[in-house]
Design a protein around this ligand. Structure first.
Ligand code: DAH
Length: 347
C-alpha cells in the first residue's frame, strides 16, 4: 500500500510539472482529489487493513493529500501572477501624447439632436425678452391636460388629441398647454414663461405626423396684453431663429382655451411654398397656434380675468426643427439613425 502512495506521488509530481494552464491544473485536481480520484480510492482500499495499519496508512495518505492541495494552490497562484505580469508588461507600448484617431474622437463626443438645438435657440430668444423657462412632467392628469383648459369631459375638442391613458387614470400629456394651469398657480400674474416638452398622441404616422413630438408653450399675462403683443413676440422669435425673413400668415383657429384663437402658419421652407409632402401639398405649415387666453382658463389658474389678459402659444418645436434644418420626414427624429441625426451643429 505504501508503495502505491509513492507511485502516485511520482505521477502527480510529473503531471504537475507539465501542467501550465488553469484548466490543466483543474483536471489534475479532479484526477487526484475528486470524488472518484486517486486519494479517495486509496482511502477505500484501507478497509482491508488492520486497525494499527489503518492508522499509519491514513496518516500518510492525509499528509500526501495536503501536499497535493498545497502544490495545486501554489501552481494556481503562480499562473495568475504570470497572467497579470503578461497583461502589464506584455501589452503593446502606446504613446499617450498622440492625438485620438479623429473618427473615434468625433463619435465619442456625440452630438445634439436637432430638436435640442432649436429648443435652445428659441429659449435663448425668449429668455432675452424676459421669459423664464419652466419644466413640467410628461405624465399628467385629465384636469391639467383638458378641464383646466376649458375642455370639459365629452367636449368634441378632445377628439383632436387621441390620448394615451394610463391604467391609473393619468395620461401622457398631449400638448404642453397641460402645464398652463400649474404655472399660473405657481407664479400668479404678471407672468412671462415658456415651457418646452415632449408630447404624445396616438397618431397614424406619416411624413408630418408622429406619436411623440416636442412643443414649446409660452404665456404672457399682464394688465392690457393684446394681440399686437402676441404678434410682436412671434415675429421676433421667428426672425431670430431663422435669421432670415419668413413669410407668415395668421388665420382664425379654434382652441377652447383661447379666445380669439389663431393659427400662425409659415411658408414651407422645404419646397419654398410650392407644395410638398412635408406641408401636405399646401405650401404652408401650421407652426404656432396661439391666441388670447380664455377668461375661464385664467380664472381656473387663480388669475382675475377682469384685471389681467394674456396670450398663449403652442409652438411645434419638432416642426420648427424640420423647417430650420430641412428635415423632410418627421419620423427621422425618432429613427435613432445616427447617420441622419448626428450631423447637426449649433450655429
Ligand atoms: N395645445 C394646442 C395643441 O397642441 C396648441 C395651442 C393652441 C397652444 C393655442 C396654445 C394656444 O397655447 O394658445 O393642439
Amino acid at each position: 500500500m505504501l508503495d502505491h502512495i509513492t507511485a502516485l506521488r511520482e505521477r502527480f509530481d510529473q503531471a504537475l510539472a507539465k501542467a501550465d494552464t488553469p484548466p490543466e491544473l483543474e483536471e489534475l485536481r479532479v484526477a487526484f482529489l475528486g470524488k472518484k480520484g486517486h486519494v479517495s480510492s486509496l482511502m477505500k482500499g484501507m478497509k482491508a487493513l488492520s486497525n494499527e495499519e489503518k492508522k499509519a496508512f491514513g496518516l500518510r495518505v492525509n499528509e500526501w493529500k495536503e501536499g497535493v492541495e498545497q502544490a495545486l494552490a501554489a501552481a494556481k497562484r503562480r499562473m495568475e501572477e504570470a497572467e497579470i505580469d503578461r497583461l502589464i508588461h506584455g501589452a503593446k507600448p502606446y504613446d499617450i501624447t498622440l492625438p485620438a484617431v479623429p473618427p473615434l474622437a468625433a463619435a465619442a463626443r456625440g452630438s445634439y439632436s436637432p430638436i435640442t438645438l432649436v429648443q435652445r435657440e428659441v429659449e435663448r430668444v425668449f429668455v432675452s425678452m424676459g421669459f423664464t423657462v419652466e419644466d413640467y412632467p410628461e405624465i399628467t392628469d385629465d384636469y391639467s391636460c383638458f378641464q383646466a383648459l376649458n375642455i370639459p369631459e365629452h367636449h368634441p375638442a378632445r377628439d383632436m388629441q387621441d390620448t394615451y391613458y394610463l391604467s391609473n387614470g393619468q395620461l401622457l400629456k398631449t400638448h404642453t398647454s397641460a402645464a398652463q394651469n400649474a404655472i399660473m398657480r405657481k407664479y400668479g400674474a404678471p407672468l412671462k414663461a415658456i415651457f418646452p416638452g415632449r408630447c404624445f398622441r396616438n397618431e397614424a404616422t406619416d411624413a408630418c405626423h408622429e406619436n411623440t413630438f416636442f412643443q414649446m408653450e409660452g404665456m404672457m399675462i399682464d394688465e392690457s396684453i393684446s394681440i399686437s403683443n402676441l404678434i410682436y413676440f412671434m415675429k421676433t422669435m421667428l426672425s431670430e431663429v431663422f435669421r432670415k425673413d419668413i413669410r407668415v400668415r395668421l388665420r382664425p383657429g379654434f382652441f377652447p382655451f383661447v379666445e380669439p384663437g389663431f393659427e400662425l402658419d409659415i411658408s414651407c421652407l422645404i419646397c419654398g411654398g410650392a407644395g410638398c409632402p412635408s406641408c401636405k401639398g399646401g405650401g404652408w405649415l401650421e407652426l404656432c397656434p396661439c391666441g388670447m387666453i380664455h377668461p375661464n382658463v385664467l380664472r381656473m389658474g387663480g388669475i382675475d380675468p377682469e384685471r389681467y389678459t394674456g396670450f398663449a402659444f403652442g409652438l411645434g418645436l419638432t416642426r420648427l426643427a424640420m423647417m430650420k434644418y430641412g428635415v423632410s420626414d418627421i419620423r427621422d427624429f425618432n429613427s435613432c439613425d445616427l447617420k441622419k441625426l448626428s450631423q447637426f451643429i449649433a450655429e
